[in-house]
Design a protein around this ligand. Sequence first.
Ligand SMILES: [Zn+2]
Length: 87
Amino acid sequence: MALVNVMEMTVKEKLEEILKNENCCKCERCIEDMTALALNKLPTKYVSTHNGKLFSKLNSLVRQNGVDINIAVAEAISCVSKHPSHD
Ligand SMILES: [Zn+2]
């Protein structure tokens, strides 16, 4: 059985997209912290990868909620870049 959190994939994509224009630390550790922070604010959307139809439907559903995801990701970036978990 293979389960994928569609929200996690979407957040990672968004994060990458937004970070291109951000002048902050982009190390693995910070990106992981940002991903975790953003995901904790968003609902999880699990799908089985066996069900391709459901997968693409959920993927587009998640994208329609783009505004909330953008806000959660932007907040996570500003929070982690102000208080990185390393020196
Ligand atoms: Zn860092």
